[in-house]
Ligand binder design. Structure first.
Ligand code: FES
Length: 118
């Protein structure tokens, strides 16, 4: 079986204080828009593609955030399709999902790990 290795890089997306508490912002890496979310009470950060796969709207950073005991979700502001922020899975029963990205915080800077374009 062939193993496919994808090279990645961490890029500095913003400062911690640039992101509203329990909210999201859109950051850009090259030509890609990424939705960055901060769940303040849990002190957890997540990143997904900003484009909603339903109708290709760049909107998820402005989506409605919610949580259950074991998952965090975002609802697109256009037609309310809902996605798991952790896994990217569509929770509205559709055959579409989000790309997700690892996030880390160091010295007040938020970094997102993205694949390198070859
Ligand atoms: S464009 Fe997001 S739910 Fe339709």
């Amino acid at each position: 079986m062939e193993t496919i290795v994808t090279e990645t890089t961490w890029f500095a997306a913003c400062r911690v204080e640039d992101v509203v508490e329990n909210g999201g912002v859109c950051v850009k890496y090259e030509n890609q828009q990424i939705a960055l979310f901060y769940f303040t009470r849990r002190n957890e950060w997540y990143a997904t593609q900003n484009e909603c796969p339903h109708r290709k709207q760049m909107a998820l950073s402005r989506g409605l955030l919610g949580s259950t005991d074991d998952d965090l979700k975002v609802a697109c502001p256009f037609h309310k399709k809902t996605f798991s922020i952790r896994t990217g899975e569509c929770l509205s029963g559709d055959e579409c999902s989000l790309e997700t990205f690892p996030v880390k915080v160091e010295n007040g800077i938020v970094y997102i790990q993205v694949p390198l374009n070859n």
